[in-house]
Design a protein around this ligand. Structure first.
Ligand code: DGL
Length: 268
């Protein structure tokens, strides 16, 4: 008899988290995904902690209503600000993953006496969640972080893999705040798309470039049942629909996907 495994719920502030969905889809192709992008409240990078907690808890409830028993917080900003509240609100029957814990564990067990860099939104960097977690797990590591707010709008405009984007990226990576690192964490949903440019910057420096999406996907592959065949299609919801969001899904997921609207904040 074919198995009927619960779908994996994934959410983000927008469609950037489709990079995480794509990594999970590659790791577990037989598992059905339910994705929610909170495009009505995008970007989370500049929002207050209270707003992000409020949105995240509502979305988690929505994914639970869709039958998800696993919820992945794909957004680094929401993970760094609200992961404890989300896990507590989800209750004992839903396992919540976030993009920070697996990366912190990976770094803490792979490096010693080294500098580790992290780049992300202002919201992610301001919380200092990455440095705190990594240093708690491995006190020999020094974590250096830098907010790189121009990168999200740049990537969303499809502006990467060209001279101007390389100049902006080089400019950020040249910062004195990122000197002397052995690895750089790409701490934002969008940054897997500029991985090549970051690697190009570090090409002769021997700096490892770590992307949270693939590290998290490997953890899910270890923890979850793979499933035998996928019985139903993935579902991709957004809180506010525009054609341009749908067009951009190809950038982040690798293929265009059909977005459905679910306005969780509609007042009737
Ligand atoms: N998804 C966000 C993150 O990973 C980036 C976009 C935003 O600011 O909402 O931090």
């Amino acid at each position: 008899m074919a198995e009927n495994l619960a779908p994996i719920g994934i959410f983000d502030s927008g469609i950037g988290g489709l990079t995480v969905a794509a990594a999970i889809h590659r790791a577990l192709p037989n598992r059905r995904l339910v994705y929610f992008g909170d495009t009505a409240h995008l970007p989370y990078g500049d929002k207050s902690p209270n707003a992000i907690k409020h949105y995240s808890l509502r979305i988690t409830r929505f994914l639970a209503e869709q039958g998800c028993e696993t919820v992945v917080v794909a957004c680094n900003t929401a993970s760094s600000i609200a992961r404890n509240e989300i896990a507590a609100a989800a209750g004992p029957h839903i396992k919540v993953y976030n993009v920070i814990d697996p990366v912190a564990e990976h770094v803490a067990s792979s490096y010693n006496n080294a500098g580790i860099g992290v780049i992300g939104t202002k919201g992610t960097i301001r919380t200092r969640t990455y440095p705190r977690d990594i240093q708690r797990l491995n006190p020999t590591l020094h974590v250096k972080s830098l907010a790189t707010p121009l990168l999200v709008p740049m990537i969303e405009e499809g502006f990467f893999n060209n001279n101007i984007s390389q100049t902006i990226i080089n400019n950020y990576l040249n910062s004195k705040h990122l000197k002397g690192i052995s690895a750089l964490i790409l701490g934002c949903t969008h940054y897997p798309l500029i991985r090549k440019e970051v690697e190009r910057y570090y090409r002769s420096a021997g700096v490892d470039v770590l992307d949270a999406a693939s590290i998290l996907a490997s953890q899910l592959k270890r923890d979850l049942h793979e499933g035998e065949t996928r019985l139903a299609e993935h579902h991709f919801y957004v809180s506010d629909f525009t054609d341009s969001f749908e067009k951009s899904t190809r950038l982040f997921f690798g293929e265009k996907v059909r977005l459905e609207t679910a306005d969780l904040w509609a007042t009737l």
